[in-house]
Design a protein around this ligand. Structure first.
Ligand code: LLP
Length: 416
């Protein structure tokens, strides 16, 4: 459930009319709801109950400081994939000791930075990475806490670009090599083996694959215990899907409870979850204005002021995101449109074949844009990236200013 709803025909974010935000801050503009972010985080956290656990929000979904500070304040941990994300977490007031560091290509300076900050764990994806972390830890005279990302080889049944738990993916360590890799890790003097992790994919709409993966990892944890290697935490990654259209993913409560249920009797094994999308996606919208209605030979186009550089998911994954009017009533007749942006590419669309009653200057809201929206935005076509606004009750807070032209060439140098 989220806090975007119509009141008297007008779309509201919590207690603020979205049209007022557009009038004040211009379009395109991302609008987030603080209450929704908090509600989603708590849904995960509460469902696990008494079992020791930590919800580590996946920063990549939306790394805005306003979002991170909101979650830090309610006690969230964070899943990061770069030194940059760690710096954001710290800047936002997050606790480094609640950070797990994922990703297949951690550089030595990122490892050093994370060790200096005292993160909870490195989620390691390969043997060479173990050696690199060991060497950096040695140079600092510290022991690095590590977990191995095991590839459980389960089919997440999601889009191939975001399915990560199969043997053919670049991620993780094959199950068959897990024991020997753990033994290697345990033998390296500057490593401290503390965990096991996995992440099987994103936008999953069934609980089954998650439970399969968890069970496979528990078996492995028991095998390790027989060999004298004790694991303190099990991190099952992120990946719970959301409703963009007609998907019916399990509720975070049901998902988290299913995970916790499998942990019964293992009170010494802390459970870590890394949800990104399920916390942020439906906590955000992208508001855009209709610039022109264009009649093509075969189609009608609604040309709007948001484009693929602002929201890449439709162009990149053919992802479907709901597009709704900010004002429900319209004098225009409902027609079928491709909603497209001003970028010079055929792939620049926000939605295809949408039934909308619109005319120029009308405002549209793209739903479920809080995750992998601004985070994947670029300056392609030298377009300034939009502002981001956090709504908190009846207050609006600019959590990122709209870029200005000078930002476009920041750090560039012309030749004389
Ligand atoms: N943990 C790890 C190790 C991950 O790789 C990811 C996402 C997550 C957690 C969070 O997954 P989530 O709960 O958000 O599904 N850009 C794509 C999604 C890529 C996800 C990559 N990894 C999209 O827009 O659909």
């Amino acid at each position: 459930m989220d806090f975007f709803a119509y009141k008297n025909g007008q779309l509201f974010a919590e207690d603020v009319a979205v049209a007022d935000i557009a009038a004040q801050y211009q379009t395109p503009v991302y609008v987030y709801s603080r209450a929704t972010l908090e509600r989603h985080w708590h849904a995960f956290n509460d469902a696990i109950g008494e079992h020791p656990h930590l919800i580590c929000y996946a920063v990549k979904a939306n790394s805005n400081l306003g979002v991170l500070s909101t979650l830090a304040k309610i006690g969230s941990g964070f899943d990061i994939v770069s030194g940059g994300e760690l710096a954001r977490v710290i800047e936002a007031g997050g606790d480094a000791s609640k950070v797990v560091f994922s990703g297949v290509g951690k550089k030595a300076d990122e490892i050093r930075y994370a060790l200096e900050q005292g993160i909870m764990c490195f989620n390691v994806e390969s043997e060479p990475e173990l050696h690199r972390i060991n060497a950096v830890a040695e140079s600092l005279g510290k022991k690095a806490p590590i977990s191995l990302r095991i590839n459980p080889d389960v089919d997440a049944k999601t889009h191939p670009y975001i399915s990560t738990g199969l043997k053919a993916n670049k991620f993780g360590i094959a199950r068959e090599r897990a024991l020997q890799t753990y033994e290697l890790a345990a033998s390296l003097p500057y490593l401290n083996v503390v965990g096991m992790d996995c992440h099987i994919g994103s936008q999953l709409t069934e609980i089954g694959p998650f439970v399969d993966a968890l069970e496979r990892l528990l078996l492995l944890i028991d095998e390790l215990a027989e060999r004298g290697i004790t694991i303190d935490h099990l991190d099952v990654g992120g990946g719970l899907g959301v409703t963009y259209n007609d998907e019916e993913p399990p509720h975070p409560k049901a998902y988290a409870a299913a995970m916790a249920e499998k942990m019964v009797g293992r009170e010494n094994l802390k459970l870590i979850l890394e949800p990104g999308r399920a916390i942020a996606a439906n906590a955000g919208i992208l508001v855009t204005e209709v610039e022109f209605i264009k009649e093509g030979e075969e189609k009608s186009f609604a040309i709007v002021d948001a484009a693929m550089n602002d929201l890449l998911r439709p162009a990149l994954y053919s992802a479907w995101q709901n597009i709704i009017p900010v004002k429900q009533e319209s004098t225009a007749t409902a027609r079928n449109y491709d909603v497209v942006g001003p970028v010079c590419e055929t792939g620049d669309f926000i939605g295809k074949d949408r039934e909308l009653a619109i005319e120029p200057t009308d405002l549209l809201a793209v739903r479920s844009a809080g995750a992998y929206g601004f985070a994947m935005a670029s300056n392609y076509n030298s377009r300034c990236r939009p502002a981001e606004i956090m709504v908190d009750g009846d207050a609006t807070i600019v959590v990122r200013e709209r870029e200005i032209l000078k930002d476009l060439w920041k750090g560039e140098h012309k030749l004389t």
